[in-house]
Design a protein around this ligand. Structure first.
Ligand code: MGD
Ligand code: MGD
Ligand code: MO
Length: 765
């Protein structure tokens, strides 16, 4: 019997060390070094002239939205430039002059490319034409668009049930593309729409929906000007949302205070030197007033302690809580208060590991203020108790009446530039009966009403052979999800994998039997049809919808826009036998917007209103309208403390981003603010732990996790002494994804536990 053809693909590529240099970690973010690095990256990839002229259009009214993070633009963008160092890197990455063309794939087999590091793979350049990897072949070869569309349509038709196909989305797609994609997937007959947000802010969505009735944040950018206190929890804005530092600076200049809660003292939260102002370049603004160095995943303990102390203070006669707000707008206060009494201050203090004086200062500050904003990101969401982490933040805001007024509210800081919009316009594995009804009346077909799969369920289904076709609208699924080995096996089980992408990544190498690459236009590129420029829309982290229009000449004449590609696939699948005219819709974004306005709440005037700086979608928390929740009130929650059983030789490890990456795209090998030059395989460790276990700086170790008696290993990391709590470790994602178990994730949100993985270390070679 001949064995089935299996390509010999490396899961993570080259793990040789790249020549580390250690420097001092920094105590400020941005400043002149940021300008220098921004220019270095863009000049290198694009040339100086094009770089400067393109950057001047970024985040401006008639330009394009930065494809990096989802931080909003101010009403009046700075004329000097409304972008940050890492936005410039995102542009350089997309607008690079380097190309991955048919010759490239002729020269290099997928096996060979897979032995390269992710850094080298990404730097190969932009994808330029549709490519096919045939069953049994090791080289991609060119394919015409129409043939690619037919091939996908044929495969989709051979599925025994539409639920055997998976349609993933990453949050860079426009509202129009995501809406059309969701519509096609439903017309095909499944809700299998896993999304990058399942691994990201899903815990926020669940917690906020259950407590406040909307899965999004409530603050607007202006609220940062008025806030008395901003708490930044489990987030590293200096690297991942650098433009947020300007908003924090404004708060400080207006007399506000900043509390950061993080196992690390991140440079971006210490001091900010605004590269767009003169004083910024010289001395800058100190940001954090109180840093609470919490142990990994002990935020619930810390927040409980703070709230317990606030309630006690109130009992001494001081006015600390907003009783008026609590009685008018909330439900469950008594139970919440009773639950807090179960814990002693000492036990909470010991668990969170924070110094008593820092807690005292925090309690004193919060007791006097009631315009509080809480910002958070992956440090809270990616734990088993991720949903409770966020509910505990909501509890604090409810106690203080810090919602629905200027300068106060919730601020989950989103990741991808349109991850929030994609969900708003219908990328969702849950069934919404309301949306299904509207789709039925607008488009004249009946969408499926069976719950679909999120990323963890999709992974399992492919692994077990219950799903056979995988399509990715952007992203790099295999490197982004947990458990790289399991993920690779899952994708390699598929009969067909399709990636709609701008740049080459590992998901083009670890594929199904047959694989397709469909290259698409990037945000920064002109999207022309019949000589006319088209525009798209996106939604930022604060619920504002606005337009985006590229300015650069597309990298190749073969590229299609995302809506065109989706329209093409749908048209090949349905031929003309469907009430929706897919091809027409894919080509005409005005028509898509027209349909969005008929289908989606808040999009009634998207066509007109998205002009200029855009418009806000409805948000019930801003109006203190909790009518959809139990008793018509915002809900207090009783949250559990985290549970970890960590043995003597084990640690809790968080996977974090370096300053030189965008998720699985590696811009460079430095992590400037943390003092690392030219290496990604590093492990941050407390010096006392190093002494206890007899490790020296730059000793080599493997990271080993053991869940359910399965040993998972990530090889070869260099130990770096770092200011991190004892018992905690940090390494970069995606390298460390080898050790994240696919079947351990947050309760209710299914977000993988990427920030609290129990590991032990083994000395490596
Ligand atoms: N340049 C750049 N920008 C990006 C991205 C990128 O990769 N590069 N990614 C985008 C995406 S998709 C996202 S989701 C965001 C991610 O933005 P972040 O969430 O800021 O990214 P992470 O590096 O995952 O950092 C998490 C932070 O949480 C802290 N942390 C970890 N565990 C805990 C904990 O248990 N408690 C507390 N309190 N803190 C903890 C870490 O020390 C770290 O500072 O950024 C977006 N923007
Ligand atoms: N261990 C660990 N794992 C994590 C995380 C973590 O903190 N730790 N973070 C998680 C989070 S928050 C997220 S959001 C996910 C990210 O998961 P993904 O969104 O799947 O990953 P990205 O690396 O952002 O995807 C990059 C690829 O997107 C494609 N791309 C870029 N721009 C465009 C575009 O405009 N259109 C199209 N069609 N394609 C484009 C390029 O080909 C590029 O290679 O990873 C998650 N995984
Ligand atoms: Mo994310």
């Amino acid at each position: 019997m001949s064995s089935p053809f299996k390509r010999n693909i490396s899961l993570i590529g080259d793990i040789n060390f790249t020549g580390i240099e250690l420097t001092d970690s920094k105590n400020f973010a941005a400043g002149l070094p940021a300008i220098k690095v921004a220019l270095q990256h863009t000049f290198k990839e694009m040339g100086a002239l094009e770089a400067l002229s393109t950057l001047s259009h970024m985040n401006q009214k008639n330009g394009f939205d930065c494809a990096g993070c989802a931080w909003p633009d101010p009403e009046k963008p700075s004329k000097l430039g409304e972008y940050c160092e890492n936005g410039a890197k995102a542009l350089a990455e997309e607008a690079t002059y380097k190309k991955v063309d048919a010759d490239f794939f002729k020269k290099y087999s997928v096996e060979e490319i897979s032995t390269w590091s992710d850094f080298k793979i990404g730097k190969s350049g932009r994808l330029t034409r549709p490519m096919l990897l045939k069953e049994g072949s090791l080289h991609y070869e060119p394919i015409e668009w129409n043939e690619a569309f037919s091939l996908i349509a044929e495969q989709l038709k051979t599925m025994e049930s539409p639920d055997e196909a998976i349609f993933y989305t990453s949050g860079r797609s426009s509202n129009e593309a995501a809406f059309l994609y969701g519509l096609f997937v439903r017309a095909y007959g499944t809700n299998n729409m896993p999304d990058c947000s399942n691994m990201c802010h899903e815990s926020s969505g669940v917690a906020l929906s259950e407590t406040l009735g909307i899965g999004k944040g409530s603050v607007k950018l202006e609220d940062f000007d008025e806030a008395e206190v901003i708490m930044v929890i489990g987030q590293n804005p200096g690297t991942n949302h650098p433009r947020m530092l300007s908003a924090l600076e404004k708060c400080k200049n207006n007399g506000g205070k900043i509390i950061s809660i993080n196992p690390l003292e991140e440079a971006g939260l210490i001091r900010f030197k605004d590269p767009q102002s003169f004083s910024g370049i010289t001395k800058g603004t100190s940001l954090t007033d109180i840093h609470l160095q919490v142990k990994i995943n002990e935020d619930v303990a810390l927040l409980k302690l703070i709230m317990k102390r606030l309630i006690q203070l109130e009992k001494t006669g001081k006015k600390v809580l907003d009783h008026q707000f609590i009685s008018t707008y909330t439900d469950g206060f008594e139970d919440f208060q009773k639950d807090l009494e179960r814990y002693t201050e000492n036990e909470l203090l010991e668990r969170c590991g924070v110094r008593q004086e820092a807690i005292d200062k925090t309690v004193a500050l919060l007791s006097e203020k009631n315009k509080i904003i809480i910002c958070w990101a992956m440090g809270l969401t990616q734990h088993k108790n991720g949903v409770d982490n966020i509910k505990e933040c909501v509890n604090l805001l409810l106690l203080k009446g810090s919602l629905g007024k200027p300068g106060a509210g919730t601020c989950p800081v989103r990741g991808h530039s349109n991850v929030q919009g994609d969900r708003t316009v219908g990328i969702m594995h849950h069934v919404s009966e309301e949306l299904n009804e509207t789709i039925k009346s607008v488009f004249d077909f009946t969408p499926p009403n069976k719950e679909g799969m999120d990323t963890v369920k999709a992974l399992e289904a492919m692994h077990e052979g219950r799903a056979k076709v995988f399509m990715g609208l952007g992203g790099n699924f295999v490197s982004a999800v947990s458990d790289t080995r399991y993920a690779a096996e899952a994708l390699q089980n598929c009969s067909l994998t399709v990636q709609i992408s701008t740049k080459l990544n590992r998901s083009h190498l670890i594929t199904g039997k047959t694989a397709l690459i469909l290259p698409t236009l990037g945000r920064s590129e002109k999207d022309e049809s019949h000589g006319k420029d088209r525009f798209l829309t996106v939604e930022n982290s604060m619920g504002k919808v606005h337009r985006t229009k590229g300015v650069l000449k597309p990298k190749s004449e073969h590229l299609k826009s995302e809506p065109e590609i989706i329209g093409g696939i749908a048209n090949a699948y349905f031929k003309n036998d469907h009430p929706v005219s897919w091809k027409e819709l894919g080509n005409d974004y005005d028509l898509i917007r027209q349909k969005m306005s008929e289908t989606l709440k808040g999009f009634e005037s998207v066509q007109k209103a998205s002009k200029g700086t855009g418009y806000y979608l409805p948000n019930n928390v801003r109006n203190l309208d909790f009518s959809k929740l139990e008793n018509g009130k915002a809900q207090f929650s009783t949250c559990k403390l985290a549970e970890h059983s960590v043995k003597q030789d084990e640690f809790i490890l968080m996977t974090i981003r370096s300053h030189d990456q965008f998720n699985t795209t590696i811009y460079g090998l430095n992590d400037r603010y943390r003092g690392i030059k030219n290496e990604r395989r590093v492990l941050f460790m407390n010096q006392r732990d190093m002494d206890t276990f007899n490790y020296k700086t730059l000793d080599v170790v493997d990271l080993v996790s053991n869940y359910d008696n399965i040993e998972r290993r990530a090889k070869r990391f260099l130990i770096i002494p770092y200011n991190i709590p004892q018992g905690n470790l940090a390494a970069y994602f995606p390298e460390a994804n080898m050790i994240v178990p696919h079947n351990h994730y947050a309760e209710k949100s299914n977000t993988p536990i990427s920030k609290s993985i129990i590991v032990h270390l083994e000395r490596g070679a």
